[in-house]
Design a protein around this ligand. Sequence first.
Ligand SMILES: Cc1cc2nc3c(=O)[nH]c(=O)nc-3n(C[C@H](O)[C@H](O)[C@H](O)COP(=O)(O)OP(=O)(O)OC[C@H]3O[C@@H](n4cnc5c(N)ncnc54)[C@H](O)[C@@H]3O)c2cc1C
Length: 315
Amino acid sequence: MKPIAIIGAGAAGCIAAHNLDRLDYTTLVFDKSRGVGGRMATRRSSVGEFDHGARCFTAKTPEFTRALSRAPVKRWHEADGHSKGPCFVATPRQNQLARFWLDNSPTQLNCKIDQLQHNSDGWRLRSDESQTFGPFQGVVLAIPAPQARDLLANSELAIPAVLTQVSMVPVWALMFSLEVPLAQAIYDKPDPSLSWVGANFTKPDRAPSAGGYAYIAHASTEWSRTNLETDAVEVAEVLLQHLNNSIAGFSTPISASAHRWRFALTHTPLGHSHLALDDHLILAGDWCLGSDVEDAFASGTAAALQMHRNLSSAR
Ligand SMILES: Cc1cc2nc3c(=O)[nH]c(=O)nc-3n(C[C@H](O)[C@H](O)[C@H](O)COP(=O)(O)OP(=O)(O)OC[C@H]3O[C@@H](n4cnc5c(N)ncnc54)[C@H](O)[C@@H]3O)c2cc1C
C-alpha cells in the first residue's frame, strides 16, 4: 500500500483521499486548520450557526449528482430560483460533506505544511513547527492556487507559468443575528457593496437558536478587495450600515462579526481539472476548473485518478 500525502482537507482534498483510499493507497490528510472542510465552513455560537463560507451548492454533472445522492446533504428550497438549479447544503453543517468523504482516513490537523522535499525515497513534508512527515510516494496539493505557489516557492520547486495565471479574489463575510427575521430569506445584491444576504436558519437542520435568527451577508468582491486589510470590527460596522440603508425593516442585530476569506472565489481558473508536476506531485482545487464545490469535487476526483495512473505506470 503506497503512502500518499494530501495537503488540504477541503472538498477537493477529501474526495481525493476518499478515492485513493478505495484504490488501496494509504493516505494522510494535512490541514492547517483545526477542522476539515476548508471553505465549506460553519461557525457555531450562542447566537446561532453561520455557514460563513460556501452558502450552498448545485450539481450540474451526473458524477456530482450521484455522489450527493449518497452524502449527508439536503435541499435548501429557499435558495432555488436564486441559483442555477436546485441548491444543496451539507447537514448538519457544511463541513459534513468533507467529513463524509474522509470517513476514517487519518488526518493531521493544526498542521501547516510549509516545505516539500523530494528525495530518492519519495516526498517529505515539513510543517511550520518543523515536524517532518514521510516519505510519501505522491502528494496531492489541494489548497488555493496562491497558497500552492507560496509552498512551491518555499520548497524551491519551479512554479509552472500556467499556475501564475490563476487568480482568486477575497470575500468578507458578515455573520449577524437578529431578534426578528427579515421579510425575505435571500437578498441578491441589495447594494453595490453587498453581493448576497441569506437567512441561515432557513437551511435544513439549522433552526433558529434561542439566541436569535442567524444571517450571513457577503460583501462584493470589489468592496472586499478595497477593504482587504481593514480591521474586522470596522468591516462589521460598515457592512451593517450598508444593510441598514438597503434592506427595509433592518433592525440593530444582537451580534455581528466579520470573517475575511483572502482566497474566496476563483477569478481566473487554470482550465484543466488538475495540474500534474514531476515526481507524482499533483495540484488540485476548485480553482482548476472554476469557483464552486462541484469544481473542487471534479478536481479532487481527477487528481486521485491521475495519481493512480502515474503510480501504476511507474511500477
Ligand atoms: C464566502 C464564500 C462563498 C462561497 N459560496 C459558494 C456557493 O454558494 N456555492 C459553491 O458551490 N461554492 C461556494 N464557495 C466556494 C467553495 O467554498 C469552494 O469552491 C470549495 O469549498 C473549495 O474547496 P477546495 O477543497 O478546493 O479548497 P478549500 O476549501 O479552500 O480547502 C483548502 C484547505 O487547504 C488548507 N491549507 C491551505 N494551505 C495549507 C498548508 N500550507 N498546509 C496545510 N493545509 C493548508 C486550508 O486550511 C483549507 O482547509 C464559496 C466560498 C466562499 C469563501
